[in-house]
Ligand binder design. Structure first.
Ligand code: MN
Length: 429
């Protein structure tokens, strides 16, 4: 196992094995640049490159880290990503003196978290959200179409998805304002305009696209990983009451376009490859363009909720990325099979990752089973959906032998909106 001269706790998400990518600025100067994370430190990779320390053939002479976003680095592809990772692992290793023995240089490029502001890692041109957990899709089917088969006939033939909204993707920590919209109250003949009373979270993973494909050139499923830069945690905030009225026939629209939160550090496939694990059995066998060695990632996921009255957050769900039915390579191959071009910095998300058991569901819709099984909080409060002041945190990590490779967290607090009293109670309560 590799060690750094930087002390990193065993439960930290950010040991030398991780080396995620992010965009940060110092509170002192406000200048955005590219960095990585070691334990509780942010390391200024742009500063290291400016000192000539990235001298491999892929990155020598470039200024790809002195940038406002990761898009130019994402576009370079795996040879450059791997060279950067190897360079950082060497510079930060316990037996490399360059930084270890140069206190002045360390002071210039190592920054405590308290001095740093994180920013969106990329300009996200397009955002697509899939629906790749069978457990989630079946739960939703059972709730909303109780008389039919839980899954629609297309679900096991293709990774179902929709084109989402990129402009409202926000960084972890951004407050989420409860949206207003058209809502059809239960039993009513026509809709009202009101603040959503069924605001929900969705536990998801997202992945950023690296090198593009040309318009008209599908990405073969067995080459898809070359186009995946890295992963983040995603909370796809959803207004279920707005969704229920608007979604037929074209799917989600305003119910999901007001905010989608992502974690700030992009964790590379190289860091997560040791945690690859076989995917779930796919039956029926998908069409040839979707056939691949079906692997997924063993990433433990946790959701916690804290109301304004609570002293500490409560874990309300424990899931795992391995519960997905479709894998990331299949999502990329399916997305591009028409010739649709993906671009560096595009974000694809998996859809809600629910597991098989009731404590592993990835949304309040499922955890409280459409309002019929309210969650009870330690304060005695109950929840079927999110209330104003609620704080929602998703975290995730892969567990190694004595270390973790983690995604950090994606956090958001719900802010209320005064709608002049036109609220209604769902489910007739
Ligand atoms: Mn979603």
């Amino acid at each position: 196992m590799i060690h750094s001269f930087v002390e990193v706790a065993e439960v930290s998400h950010f040991p030398l094995q991780n080396l995620p990518w992010g965009v940060f600025s110092l509170r002192a100067d406000g200048r955005k640049r590219i960095g990585t994370r070691m334990g509780d430190w942010v390391v200024d990779v742009a500063g290291l490159q400016a000192r000539g320390l990235f001298d491999g053939p892929q990155l020598r002479g470039t200024a790809v880290f002195d940038q406002l976003t990761l898009n130019p680095f994402m576009a370079l592809g795996a040879p450059a990503w791997n060279e950067a990772r190897a360079t950082l692992q060497t510079l930060l290793a316990a037996d490399t003196p360059t930084l270890r023995d140069n206190a002045e240089l360390r002071a210039q490029v190592f920054h405590p978290l308290a001095d740093v502001t994180m920013h969106l890692p990329a300009v996200i041109g397009d955002y697509t959200d899939f629906y790749a957990s069978e457990y989630h899709a079946a739960n939703v089917g059972k709730m909303f179409r109780p008389d039919d088969a839980p899954l629609l006939p297309n679900w096991k033939q293709l990774p179902v998805g929709y084109h989402g909204r990129a402009s409202s993707i926000v960084l972890s920590g951004t407050e989420v304002v409860r949206p207003c919209g058209q809502i059809l109250p239960p039993g009513a003949a026509s809709p009202i305009f009101a603040a959503s009373t069924e605001l929900d979270f969705e536990l998801e993973m997202g992945f950023f696209i690296g090198p593009d494909n040309s318009l008209g050139q599908p990405i073969p499923v067995n080459r898809a990983e070359e186009h995946i830069f890295g992963l983040v945690l995603v909370n796809d905030w959803s207004a279920r009451d707005i969704q229920r009225w608007e979604y037929r026939p074209l799917g989600p629209f305003l119910a999901k376009n007001f905010a989608t939160s992502i974690s700030p550090w992009v964790v590379t496939l190289a860091a997560l490859r040791p945690f690859q694990t076989p995917g779930l059995t796919q039956d029926p066998n998908p069409l040839p363009y979707l056939q691949t060695a079906n692997t997924t990632l063993n990433i433990q996921l946790e959701v916690s909720l804290k109301s304004a009255q609570m002293d500490a957050p409560l874990v309300i769900s424990r899931s795992n990325m391995r519960h997905l039915y479709w894998n990331m390579a299949q999502m990329v191959a399916h997305h591009t099979i028409t010739g649709c071009n993906l671009r560096p910095g595009d974000l694809l998300a998996t859809g809600t990752i629910s597991g098989p058991t009731a404590d592993s569901y990835g949304s309040l819709l499922e955890l409280a089973w459409r309002g019929t099984r309210p969650l009870t909080l330690p304060t005695g409060e109950t929840r079927i959906f999110l209330q104003d002041g609620d704080e929602l945190t998703i975290t995730g990590w892969a567990q190694g032998d004595g270390y973790r490779v983690g995604l950090g967290e994606v956090y958001g607090r719900v802010a209320g909106q005064d709608t002049g009293g036109r609220m209604y109670s769902p489910f007739g309560k």
